[in-house]
Design a protein around this ligand. Structure first.
Ligand SMILES: Cc1cc2nc3c(=O)[nH]c(=O)nc-3n(C[C@H](O)[C@H](O)[C@H](O)COP(=O)(O)OP(=O)(O)OC[C@H]3O[C@@H](n4cnc5c(N)ncnc54)[C@H](O)[C@@H]3O)c2cc1C
Length: 425
């Protein structure tokens, strides 16, 4: 890394010190690189908050490693026995009772009349090609399953009209099931989905970030510094504190933000998303369930999902996260929202006589991006354009997609391999 006329020069300029940026840095750590992070600590959406003995993440962050190499890469860099492996116990709170998740496979747990309605509609499903997520749900599962759970739940989560989303908006994260599989499930239930079991570091998601930071030099990570302008033609980035000349720029900032700082023209309407208001709540005593997380499709509850950290890491005080999906432009009145949340938790008997003794909130914006054909087309075109200029946009928001941290790590590793192989390293 050279300094010339106050301009620093690096081969790899990494923008964003979340999972994606740090994973990339791990692969180029012997080359010249800098990481610029606008926040005062690394971690992005995988940060952990500790308050009065409670350990909370930005939201329920649980990890499903499909590739054992990625899991062991992280675990090797962490203290022994600090990660728990858990068999998922997730439920849906439906009309005052609990039904197993996913709803479409467990309709036999509904009252008889509702079960028969679901079954009847399931038999009548059309096999036409759906044009949207909403149509896919009606076409594949029939009206009753769609209207009892899949539509109200996902409308609360995405905070948008589900007709505006692509049928595959959730990719592998949507638990698809054929009629045959549903019928088979009645006889022999299996808890098979992408997250049947999950891992969780007992000190929060941030432990994975510490693992990624382990081999990196602190002085290469510039905190409290934002990239505000990128001159793509001359490969120069301007931050709030300095000017950096780079060969390759790897960005994990939300894609529309990258388009703005590179002055790439775009239409904002192609990049819409929701935001999620997360409350982390700590109580003085344990609750009365062993659930890990619970889905709330009913619109009379403000939240779409809650989760119990205490049931995952075996603690003796109830420790919840509560998630509320909002439109990006929605104004957030935290006091009012917290009061609605607490009332809802009482109504559903999640809270009985427990007292709230600690709380925290965070707004994740963007949280779930609204994927449709047009947004994907525009994304791919602009991404290609930037790549030609040595700018690589990766990560959940850099890639404008629905994915997990494992996907982020794999993508960053693959990009590093490709760039390291190139001649211009
Ligand atoms: C509600 C919710 C629940 C989730 N649950 C799970 C889960 O259970 N399991 C799982 O695997 N994944 C989960 N995820 C996804 C996971 O959070 C993401 O895949 C992952 O954190 C994305 O990492 P990233 O590095 O790509 O992006 P980020 O974490 O967003 O990192 C980007 C970084 O860029 C920085 N930045 C932004 N602009 C600038 C700028 N101009 N200059 C410098 N720095 C900048 C940001 O401060 C941030 O640190 C969840 C996501 C949400 C929203």
């Amino acid at each position: 890394m050279r300094s010339n006329n106050n301009i620093e020069e690096v081969n790899y300029l990494i923008v964003g010190a979340g999972v994606s940026g740090l994973s990339f840095a791990n692969q180029v750590k012997h080359k010249s690189y800098l990481i610029v992070e606008k926040d005062d600590e690394a971690g992005g959406y995988c940060k952990t908050i500790k308050k009065q003995g409670f350990v909370w993440d930005y939201s329920g962050h649980f990890f499903h490693f499909r590739d054992p190499k990625i899991r062991s890469f992280l675990l090797k860099r962490m203290a022994k026995n600090t990660v728990v492996d858990v068999v998922k116990n997730s439920k849906i709170y439906y009309k005052g009772s609990y039904v197993d998740f996913p709803f479409q496979k467990n309709i036999n747990q509904l009252p008889k009349k509702e079960f028969l309605d679901c079954l009847n509609d399931l038999y009548k499903t059309k096999k036409t090609k759906p044009r949207s997520f909403k149509q896919m749900v009606y076409n594949n599962y029939g009206r009753s399953i769609a209207e009892k759970f899949l539509i109200p739940y996902n409308e609360k989560l995405y905070a948008c009209d589900l007709d505006s989303l692509d049928q595959n908006a959730m990719g592998r994260f949507f638990p698809q099931a054929s009629l045959k599989e549903i019928l088979k499930h009645f006889k022999k239930p299996s808890n098979n989905s992408y997250n049947t079991t999950f891992t969780y570091p007992m000190n929060g998601a941030m432990q994975y970030i510490h693992a990624l930071l382990k081999d990196l030099k602190t002085e290469r990570i510039l905190l409290n510094e934002s990239v505000i302008k990128i001159d793509a033609k001359n490969k120069i980035a301007y931050t709030t504190k300095r000017t950096i000349k780079y060969k390759h720029l790897i960005s994990s900032v939300p894609f529309p933000k990258l388009l703005s700082v590179t002055k790439t023209p775009f239409n904002k309407k192609h990049f819409s998303s929701n935001k999620v208001l997360v409350f982390n709540l700590g109580f003085d005593s344990k609750g009365n369930s062993e659930h890990h997380w619970v889905y709330f499709p009913d619109k009379k509850y403000r939240f779409y999902r809650i989760g119990y950290y205490d049931n995952i890491i075996q603690k003796n005080r109830m420790s919840l996260y509560v998630e509320i999906g909002l439109k990006t432009k929605a104004k957030v009145n935290v006091t009012k929202e917290l009061s609605r949340v607490l009332n809802g938790l009482k109504k559903a008997s999640i809270i009985t006589d427990q007292k709230l003794i600690a709380s925290h909130h965070v707004v994740m914006d963007p949280a779930y991006v609204h994927i449709n054909k047009r947004s994907q087309e525009v994304f791919l075109n602009k991404q290609k354009l930037l790549q030609k200029q040595g700018i690589y946009s990766i990560g959940r928001y850099g890639g404008w997609k629905y994915c997990s941290i494992e996907d982020n790590i794999i993508e960053a590793f693959e990009l590093s391999k490709k760039l390291l192989k190139g001649t211009n390293r």
